[in-house]
Write a protein that binds this ligand. Sequence first.
Ligand SMILES: NC(=O)C1=CN([C@@H]2O[C@H](COP(=O)(O)OP(=O)(O)OC[C@H]3O[C@@H](n4cnc5c(N)ncnc54)[C@H](OP(=O)(O)O)[C@@H]3O)[C@@H](O)[C@H]2O)[C@@H](O)CC1
Ligand SMILES: [K+]
Length: 488
Amino acid sequence: MRTAYRVETVRAAERALMARLPAGTLMARAAAGLAAACAELLRPRLYGARVVLLVGSGDNGGDALYAGARLARRGAAVTAVLLNEERAHPGGLAALRAAGGRAAGAAGAERLIARARLVVDGITGIGGRGGLRQDAAGPAAAAAEHGVPVVAVDLPSGVDADTGEVHGAAVRAALTVTFGAWKPGLLVDPARALAGEVRLVDIGLGPELPPEPDLVAFDDADAAALLPRPEAESDKYRRGVIGIAAGSARYPGAAVLTVGGALRGGAGAVRYAGPAGGGVIGRYPETLVSEGRPSEAGRVQAWVVGPGLGGGPEAAATVADVLAADVPVLVDADGLHSIDPERLRARSAPTVLTPHAGEAAALLGTSRDRVESARLASVSELAVRYGAVALLKGSTTLIAEPGPGGPEGRGRVLANTTGTPWLATAGSGDVLSGLIGALLAAGLAPLDAAALGAHLHGLAGRAAPVPPMASTVTEALPGVWAALSPRR
Ligand SMILES: NC(=O)C1=CN([C@@H]2O[C@H](COP(=O)(O)OP(=O)(O)OC[C@H]3O[C@@H](n4cnc5c(N)ncnc54)[C@H](OP(=O)(O)O)[C@@H]3O)[C@@H](O)[C@H]2O)[C@@H](O)CC1
Ligand SMILES: [K+]
């Protein structure tokens, strides 16, 4: 499990650790890890390689300077561009000079960067506020213009460590070397995309960090541990019967894709209620289909409602009928048009909402741009306002639960890291809905079901032949399942 912590938590942990260690120990550890990562990138010829350090006036610049000193000692030609010559970290600057490195003002930065093999971004780390200031934005842009790879120190400068938001200019890194703990922004777009590959350097912070991280990302082992496995005495009812109310005369395919996701999600049985039963049976004869209202379809352990339902009073009636059931309900796509917060908060069984950014914007009464630029805040707000587990789809899929204690309390948030832009394809969301629905029916807690579903869906999107389409993503699920959990 990858755990990320907000700046104030990291700072508190650092203070506690520093109190027990000789001064400068943590920065020395950080710089050693950073220098090793840079040396690896410069392989096979570190000797003589031109490296430019962009040095701000805080400790982030100090890390860059000490790492630069290490590289200079190994023969690299290191020049520090000091964005504020009076306030550069004095110890780091002295170390760089003693190792044969040079320092320059910001004026000649572009010329130096144009000839460099590597730029180290030590402008700001966890002390940065807002997008880059003018004096820092110029050199950051020069690195991008000249195509020189950038290694970001702790964070790409200009991104918000806590939220992943980017308000103005920011560094685009090929590699980010982060210290002590992941910061939430490194897992959430748009910042995540600017961080490139992320490497965590252990500076000994672990024991000082609290047990509850601010953001979590599952790895394959977490996913494998949650996968439902049939037991000897399982029958289809114990494995979970999922009800699906999806599709319409206009969108029959959504019903087929949602049912496919549910079957490949390990459902013991799938009941389909709606007008597209013929198409569903044609593709998946194992489905139990009916044309009446969902509440007349028979007993289920969870419902999925919404994909391809279309609009209008009929769709709204279907959603209301499903929400009246006292079992977990996932609402997606067209189903999201006819829900209201009070109704959902009054349910005794859990609800899961799976909007993309546009749908989330409508649910929150805001713009799509605002949702996409503030994904973490948006997903938490959705969960709290609707009293539901919210899964916000997109470049970074985030999953939030409403916290205990009503609208004020924010709950846990998870980021899914398995996704791929290839999954932005028609019907892909329908498959995800069916998949999560099957996991809900199997008895997983709603946050776990949503996070595991997103994890599997992302892996299947990567495993499907390129270019993937929703039905090939579905067909890639058994392979993903088998890789995570060999049957014997
Ligand atoms: N604590 C520890 O134990 C360890 C900490 N470590 C390292 O320290 C880092 C934190 O250092 P930090 O606290 O000095 O802050 P930092 O990130 O350098 O930024 C502050 C400077 O940035 C400036 N600035 C702000 N916004 C800006 C903007 N938009 N655009 C441009 N400039 C801006 C701001 O300027 P000012 O507002 O003061 O004028 C100030 O000078 C941390 O990320 C890690 O790398 C490691 O060594 C491990 C041990
Ligand atoms: K940085």
